[in-house]
Design a protein around this ligand. Structure first.
Ligand SMILES: [Mn+2]
Length: 340
């Protein structure tokens, strides 16, 4: 199911409004990049705009233009509550239901009186006043680009808008290595290139700005914590709180780690398990047509895309790994049948 209610959105923002742009919890490059791109785009029309992020973005994203203006709910809940009360329009950017911003913030957004607009590419969108939703889109950044194009405003994509859109696009597609289902991501990249954004600087900030401890954590995870279960075509990495503390873990340090497990030949499903204070966080990736979002949704209190999903477990690490193995036994024939 696709929704593209850009005409209603055009009407909603036809006059100057108080607009709140919101990202999902544990923000990634797409939710932050797309929110900030909308900020730099809408700002040109004189709207009063605020940005609300549930928690802080990892350092490799915090350099994006206007990021320091964002209100972080974790750090400043009162300012966020007030901003929500004052907003006339709330945009949900790169998520499909308000609870994706976290339980508390989700309730605040849900009960707001503002007009609610969603721009997202995840399946099963909740009800909003207006929606732009397309699961075949590579990224929400692509949907923001398509929205600006539909509004006939491509000339408003200045270098700030372009840099933010580019970051959303490359981080959600692993630099065009997955989630590309049409020529649009490449057309978009070509258009962004023409705005003369500094690709070298952006790529360096996104991909080549590891701290020493992050790189050592990556090496440790791959060499010491990777488990391969050949008969399930499964590879997983399980990191305990001790492991994370040993490498001075910071938000975002495990970003992309699961892709090392997925990069193994013959592996169809890869899982990163990270122990948090109150739960185990699971990050699923898959190859080909094997869908991990249904598994995340059915067994691990989560969801996402066909090839990239997230979930949670409230059992111990040991029990969670046991459950993962048991669950995947049910999919054994399906996993064996995948042709790579
Ligand atoms: Mn996304």
């Amino acid at each position: 199911m696709k929704y593209n209610e850009y005409h209603s959105i055009e009407n909603a923002i036809a006059s100057k409004r108080k607009i709140l742009l919101t990202a999902h919890a544990n923000p990634d490059g797409d939710t932050i990049g797309s929110s900030l791109a909308l900020y730099h785009y809408l700002k040109q029309f004189g709207h009063e705009i605020k940005l609300v992020f549930p928690n802080e973005a990892p350092l490799f994203l915090a350099w994006l233009p206007a990021y320091p203006l964002a209100l972080i709910y974790d750090l400043n809940p009162n300012a966020v509550t007030q901003a929500i009360e004052e907003a006339e329009i709330i945009f949900a950017v790169d998520y499909n239901a308000f609870h994706r911003t976290g339980d508390e913030l989700g309730l605040l957004l849900e009960s707001a009186t503002a007009l609610k607009i969603m721009i997202d590419h995840h399946p099963n969108p909740a009800d909003f006043d207006f929606r732009i939703s397309d699961t075949s889109a590579s990224s929400t950044a692509e949907l923001v680009y398509r929205l600006i194009s539909d509004l006939g405003q491509l000339d408003k994509i200045n270098q700030d808008v372009a840099a933010c859109l580019y970051v959303g696009l490359i981080t959600d597609t692993g630099s065009f290595s997955y989630s590309v289902n049409s020529a649009i991501p490449f057309q978009m990249a070509a258009f962004l290139y023409e705005t003369a954004i500094d690709l070298q600087a952006i790529n360096q900030k996104i991909y080549s700005a590891f701290t020493e401890s992050r790189l050592r954590l990556t090496g440790f995870a791959v060499s010491e914590k990777l488990t391969l279960i050949p008969n399930l075509r499964l590879a997983y990495i399980a990191l305990t709180q001790n492991d994370l503390a040993r490498f001075k873990h910071q938000n975002g340090d495990t970003e992309g780690l699961v892709n090392y497990a997925l990069s193994l030949e013959n592996v169809v499903i890869a899982v990163l398990l990270t122990e948090k204070e109150d739960k185990i966080r699971l990050s699923f990736r898959s190859k080909s047509d094997f869908a991990v979002n249904t598994i995340a949704n059915k067994f691990f209190d989560g969801g996402g895309h066909k090839n990239a999903a997230g979930g949670n477990s409230y059992d111990s690490m040991e029990d969670t790994i046991l459950k993962l193995n048991t669950v995947l036994q049910q999919y054994k024939s399906e996993l064996e049948a995948v042709v790579l």
